[in-house]
Design a protein around this ligand. Structure first.
Ligand code: HAM
Length: 422
């Protein structure tokens, strides 16, 4: 590979620089505060797991069949980079057996060897939550409402919530049989994929192949095969969403691309994004996954929200803009030595975001840098001021300046901040 390609972020990955990274930070902080208000604690898990953990996303899914970043480490262990948050959370649950219910949130990168395009990356970030140990439709509603409240807090409006139910074990078994029979009727069209259709009939439903569209449109729907229990439960979730005034549509074809889902599933799609990758978040129940990883039977539900996609949607809707400067003050140092070093630390210790220029550049250049920094105030340390034990303070927005004793700079900044907040 030529150098110019080597020393670049690998295809499908991105660097996030300021001020975009400030927006990331604010997005994560917003999510964290919503999650904390709903009683969730942060969970941090490793970036890689034993491959078997990640494979729990489903042997017939694209994520596991084609997109895993798996490798042998130097000790000969087969590992895989995390492909979603859920598998790691469940693995951590099985390992630590925390008290139930266990409510966690996370922010983490995920790795899938996808074909990169806008909104689809090989490394993408998710914020998400998982709850283990509660089998109550009231929780399903709360989890969906948490995601919805987060999008609203960012200012997003042009998105739709689709919900579906995969039913309980009995519903799924019936539906599976009905679906396999239907695929067999279309074996010629399915060709080599018939094997996958037999192994996991649901997977064919989320295919985007245009030549299958008609066949998929005519396929039996899971909603027609729910047991009375599963139906009642799904209705309770819908009633809860209505009670909260959260608009939604029942989408019988929503099966989601991962195998572990059991009851209610949901997806948020943004109308501001291209249809092929308009999902800004999704999730659902997975009541067997803990057991599948060797834990006791424990119900689970959660969602993951793609940070990059949410930010693209924010741009398209013109909301949640990157913040302007976060600086309070800029130091112009015309004397060198340690004067500016000491004053900068004094201001920072007092809680003011402080930047400065270095290297004794000309006053004009330093003032231009101060203007460019976006800080509302500059403090100028000049030779005359130094001799007089004073500094010049400048309000960069109003263009006014004044000289004051060096010892009063911090108090002066406090007064400006108080003024600004009244
Ligand atoms: P997922 O639907 O695969 O679900 O991903 C969740 C969200 O991550 C998507 O809605 C999308 O916003 C974002 N996303 C997924 N893949 C990419 C990609 N290649 N590039 C950019 N963004 C992407 C899960 O991962 C489940 N773990 C969600 C869940 C949690 N279910 C239960 N609990």
């Amino acid at each position: 590979m030529p150098d110019r390609d080597v020393f670049r972020a690998p295809i499908g990955t991105r660097d996030v620089l300021a001020p975009e990274s400030d927006r990331w930070q604010r997005l994560v902080a917003t999510f964290a505060s919503h999650a904390a208000r709903a009683g969730f604690g942060l969970l941090v898990t490793p970036m890689f797991e034993h491959v078997e953990v990640v494979q729990k996303l489903g042997g017939t899914t694209d994520v596991v069949r084609k997109e895993l970043y798996d490798f042998d480490d130097k000790g000969g262990r087969r590992l895989a980079l995390r492909a979603d948050g859920t598998a790691s959370v469940v693995r951590a649950f099985v390992q630590h057996r925390p008290l139930l219910p266990w409510k966690v949130w996370y922010v983490a990168p995920n790795f899938r060897y996808e074909r990169p395009q806008k909104g689809r990356y090989r490394q993408h970030w998710q914020v998400g939550v998982e709850v283990l140990g509660v089998d109550d439709p009231a929780l399903d509603v709360e989890v969906i409402a948490l995601a919805d409240g987060f999008y609203r807090a960012l200012g997003l409006e042009r998105y739709r919530l689709a919900v579906n139910s995969m039913g309980d074990a009995a519903s799924r078994a019936t539906y599976r049989d009905v679906l396999v029979r239907y695929w067999r009727e279309h074996a010629a069209l399915l060709g080599a994929e018939m094997e996958r259709a037999e192994a996991n009939p649901l997977r064919i439903l989320d295919s985007k192949r245009p030549d299958w569209a008609e066949m998929i449109a005519g396929a039996p729907q899971v909603g027609d095969h729910l047991t009375p229990d599963a139906r009642t439960r799904f209705e309770q979730v819908q009633a809860g969403l209505r009670a909260l005034g959260i608009p939604f549509a029942v989408e019988p074809r929503l099966v989601r691309g991962l195998d572990y889902y059991t009851g209610v599933t949901f997806e948020f799609a943004s109308d501001a994004l291209d249809a092929a990758q308009n999902a800004v978040g999704g999730g659902g129940r997975y009541d067997r996954l803990v057991q599948d990883m060797g834990g006791p039977p424990t119900p689970g539900i959660g969602f993951g929200i793609g940070i990059e996609r949410v930010l693209i949607a924010c741009d398209a809707e013109g909301v949640f803009a990157a913040p302007g400067t976060t600086l309070d003050v800029f130091l112009v140092d015309l004397v060198g030595g340690t004067e500016a070093v000491v004053l900068a630390e004094e201001l920072r210790s007092a809680g003011f975001a402080t930047d400065r220029s270095y290297g004794g550049r000309a006053m004009k250049k330093q003032l231009a840098a101060a203007d460019k920094s976006g800080a509302p105030f500059a403090v100028i340390l000049g030779p005359a001021e130094l001799a007089a034990g004073s500094v010049t303070v400048k309000d960069l927005r109003r263009g006014e300046q004044a000289e004051l004793p060096r010892a009063e700079v911090v108090a002066w900044m406090h007064a400006r901040r108080d003024e600004a907040s009244t």
